[in-house]
Design a protein around this ligand. Structure first.
Ligand code: NAD
Length: 281
């Protein structure tokens, strides 16, 4: 039996079956922007996507397509402009991974990168994402956002987007609080964008890792005050994550097949958050 598409179809003229089919238009390669791509989790994300044939536009202070400092307004603008240019105006995914650990001094540098830098990078790339295919973004939060004793005044100040005011307050706090609350405010900032981003057709989610073997964690462990706190954190699965395990969660959240996941915070922390806060969902 023949079908209209089979070579033997009586409906198909012989000349047409020999004709060279018109060239398939070259599809734009799926393009993902990754901040913090030079090290740790960001580098693992880059490697994972490049292995799958995707184009990655990395942003970092070193070893990236775009060298920019996300701690300053000028650096954030440069990161967005150059990333958009290199992506040809269209992005299918953005991963906001660049971040500083709780050991970094002065502490005011932490919210500049982890809150203001992350959100400015995401917001700045929204127009390019809006022109992408099944676009989605993921930010790297932390289980420090939920496991650090809350400082609501600092979170509230961050959420007013008063950069100088919140950085002045950060200078009066300890590194763990500044780090945890910057990640909490950043995650709340994402959740507050759920409606506006969906209206643009873009999904937005976050991953909350526990301890991951990266240079950031090594530096925190080497800190006299923070090291014992990090060591004392119970991790039910009994080990730290590899950067590739966090990249796996990022890949899952960006995958168009998971198009109904929007506004989520995915804990990839070996069970610490559930162990320590079992009744808080
Ligand atoms: P990392 O230090 O290995 O990598 C961070 C990258 O961000 C570096 O390449 C660094 O150059 C870049 N970066 C820092 N400040 C920047 C700036 N101002 N402008 C541009 N780039 C900048 O750290 P990592 O462990 O891979 O951390 C990645 C993200 O994961 C961070 O947001 C971190 O807070 C988060 N996180 C890490 C852990 C962990 O245990 N490693 C746990 C939870 C969350």
């Amino acid at each position: 039996m023949t079908t209209p598409d089979s070579p033997q179809s009586p409906d198909r003229p012989a000349a047409a079956s020999r004709a060279v089919p018109p060239p398939v238009p070259e599809r734009r390669r799926r393009t993902i922007a990754v901040s913090g791509s030079a090290s740790g989790i960001g580098a693992a994300v880059r490697e994972r996507f490049e292995r799958s044939g995707l184009k990655v536009v990395g942003v970092d202070r070193r070893e990236a397509e775009v060298i920019a400092d996300l701690s300053t307004p000028d650096g954030r603008r440069e990161a967005v402009t150059k990333t958009t240019e290199l992506a040809g105006g269209h992005l299918d995914g953005v991963v906001a991974c660049a971040g500083l650990g709780p050991h970094v001094r002065p502490f005011e540098a932490i919210p500049r990168v982890n809150y203001f830098g992350a959100l400015a990078y995401l917001d700045g790339l929204l127009p390019a994402l809006a022109g992408g295919e099944a676009p989605a973004a993921v930010a790297i939060s932390s289980n420090g956002a939920t496991l650090t004793p809350a400082n609501q005044a600092f979170v509230d100040l961050l959420l007013t987007d008063d950069e100088e005011g919140s950085c002045a307050m950060a200078a009066t706090l300890d590194g763990a609080t500044v780090y945890g609350m910057s990640k909490l405010a950043m995650t709340i900032g994402l959740r507050r964008r759920t409606g506006t981003w969906a209206a643009e057709g873009i999904r937005l989610n976050a991953v909350a890792p526990g301890p991951v073997d990266t240079p950031l964690l090594a530096a925190s462990l080497a800190d006299k005050t923070l090291g014992p706190l990090v060591e004392a954190l119970p991790v039910p699965v009994g080990r730290r994550a590899t950067p590739g395990e966090i990249a796996g969660a990022v890949g899952f959240l960006l995958d168009p097949v998971n198009g109904f996941i929007h506004g989520s915070l995915l804990f990839v922390d070996g069970g610490s958050d559930a162990l320590l806060r079992p009744d808080r969902v």
